[in-house]
Design a protein around this ligand. Structure first.
Ligand SMILES: NC(=O)c1ccc[n+]([C@@H]2O[C@H](COP(=O)([O-])OP(=O)(O)OC[C@H]3O[C@@H](n4cnc5c(N)ncnc54)[C@H](OP(=O)(O)O)[C@@H]3O)[C@@H](O)[C@H]2O)c1
Length: 502
């Protein structure tokens, strides 16, 4: 670290440690109210000035024990209650690590009387998270309410507006308002931490913002929803349907009563949008993601995948291309021997392809109170230590306007499952339509034990046909399937799954 870098770090640590505003430091220590703002904008004070200020900081520090960092927690559910319990239980150890006390002084939730397994006597109670965010009794605000708007957005904004640091685990809020919130944080000099918002306990945000800050990332992909991964893993290990797996996941607490958000892929899309911005430096664009969930996956798909040496995983994939960014979420055939295929059950994993470090796979628990609370805590510790990074990796006014890339060909082709009419000429007709779009069929697979036999509305018998294509354009496959449907050769919606050679 250069002299100027360690000077900056010392100033930031001094400010955070005391919960001071930049202006207070400027007036009290540096003799210039704008000193910290100028420093953050890149001003490099002369060596004599640095020496004078470091001496003043030392004298100040010698005469003053660091006050505790007072944390306000809004939302005392799964994550919030776990965080409060960790802070109360491990307080002494954290104090040793930080050199100052970290205490929860105030909390907010809807029901004051609900038993959450934590002791909230002596803490200030707020019914209104916005009032907590603005309260003079805290130095740092933690938002663990959830939801993309409403009290979560209002309280995070209220804290950032007054320059108060914020930590949140809320991916929906960040996917929708992340650019605006990062801008606000930079304007007021507040820090904004959201390690827990993507892949729960896996430190992927810190890896991208700090660890890989200098690497050029070409692609990021991962399993980012534990509910979907649990269901697909169970379907792969046992001969049970999607619906039965979902029921079990709900009984075990891995899936919500309304699982739509998870199983339709939107939760993965929110996390992917955040990762894509950190990886590629474009504005957040959750609406530009092509999203497909796992509700249409059958045992037939799972077992054909296994026969061919693959597993099916719900992947979020974002990639830098010559004409912009491609972002997609969909079930994917991944080779059984690949690292990502080994990530089973409720575990998550994020893979990064970079120019310097090549491939990196981060795997671990993606959700649950303790892993998520531990990521929240790691943000709190970073802020208490004075670590400063732009929330989205680069200053928000340097984020590029989003450029959506066209879908491109990819290695590995497609798995297509059709319910084809079992009448003369149907298979030949299907093959002809594929040929017209330049799609080469690698193999046609029929497993009589799995083939659903049914009768089309016109009385024709049907059978399940699976085709594996060679590398081709997705648009070509979709156009030819639309043509095949209008020819009347198939019944119902075809199943289309990408095969990735990861
Ligand atoms: N759970 C996980 O594994 C996980 C993983 C990663 C990220 N996250 C994120 O972490 C956040 C919290 O998740 P969670 O699972 O802990 O949620 P949760 O169990 O549903 O808890 C939400 C909390 O917010 C409180 N709340 C709701 N509306 C409120 C309002 N208007 N005013 C004050 N308090 C309000 C609730 O109060 P009451 O208790 O009084 O109802 C509850 O304590 C979400 O953004 C989620 O996406 C969760």
């Amino acid at each position: 670290m250069s002299d100027i870098q360690s000077f900056r770090q010392a100033v930031e640590t001094f400010i955070s440690a005391r919960g001071w505003t930049p202006t207070r430091f400027g007036r009290t220590v540096a003799g210039d109210p704008l000193f910290v703002f100028d420093l953050r904008e890149g001003r490099e004070p002369r060596s004599e000035t640095r020496t004078r200020i470091l001496k003043a900081m030392q004298e100040f520090g010698d005469g003053e024990a660091l006050p505790p960092l007072r944390v306000g927690v809004a939302g005392l559910g799964n994550v919030g209650a776990t965080l409060v319990s960790i802070l109360q239980k491990d307080g002494a150890e954290l104090t040793k690590k930080l050199g100052r006390q970290l205490v929860v002084t105030a909390v907010a939730a809807r029901s004051r009387s609900r038993d959450r397994g934590i002791d909230i006597t002596g803490l200030d109670w707020f019914d209104d998270p916005v009032a907590l965010a603005k309260s003079d009794g805290i130095d740092l605000f933690v938002e663990l309410i959830g939801g993309e708007d409403g009290p979560a957005l209002a309280s995070v904004k209220a804290a950032l507006e007054i320059g108060r640091p914020v930590v949140t685990a809320n991916k929906a809020l960040l996917a929708k308002h992340g650019t605006e919130l990062a801008k606000l944080a930079e304007e007021t000099g507040a820090q904004l931490g959201f390690e827990a918002a993507v892949a729960g306990g896996i430190p992927v945000i810190k890896t991208l913002r700090e660890g890989l800050g200098s690497a050029r990332i070409a692609k990021v992909f991962g399993i980012m929803n534990g509910t979907c991964n649990y269901i697909l893993t169970r379907m792969g290990n046992e001969d049970i349907s999607f619906a039965d797996c979902l029921k079990d996941a709900q009984a075990l607490g891995y899936a919500e009563a309304d699982p739509t958000f998870d199983v339709e892929g939107y939760d993965t899309a929110h996390k992917l949008a955040i990762l894509a911005t950190l990886c590629f430096g474009y504005e957040l664009a959750p609406d530009k993601i092509r999203v497909e969930g796992i509700t249409g996956i059958t045992q037939h798909d799972i077992q054909v995948a296994a026969d061919l040496g693959y597993k099916i995983k719900l992947l979020g994939i974002a990639q830098r291309t010559d004409d912009g960014i491609e972002q997609r979420v969909h079930p994917t055939f991944v080779p059984r021997g690949s690292a990502i295929a080994g990530v089973d059950g409720v575990m998550n994993a994020v893979a990064l392809e970079t120019d310097h470090v090549h491939e990196l796979l981060l795997a671990g628990p993606g959700a649950g109170g303790p892993p998520t609370a531990s990521s929240v805590l790691s943000d709190i510790l970073d802020i208490a230590r004075g670590t400063r990074v732009p929330p989205l990796g680069v200053p928000s006014d340097e984020l590029l306007p989003y450029r959506e890339a066209a879908m491109r060909a990819h290695d590995g082709g497609y798995y297509i499952r059709l319910s084809a009419k079992d009448v003369p000429g149907a298979l030949a007709g299907i093959a002809t339509r594929m040929g017209e779009r330049g799609i080469s069929i690698d193999s046609v697979i029929q497993r009589s034990d799995l083939s659903a036999k049914a009768v089309a509305p016109d009385g024709s018998p049907t059978r399940t046909v699976v085709m594996i294509t060679q590398q081709t354009l997705e648009s070509a496959v979709r156009e030819s399937l639309a043509q095949i449907a209008s020819d009347g050769f198939i019944v119902g919606e075809p199943q289309l799954i990408r095969i990735e050679q990861l």
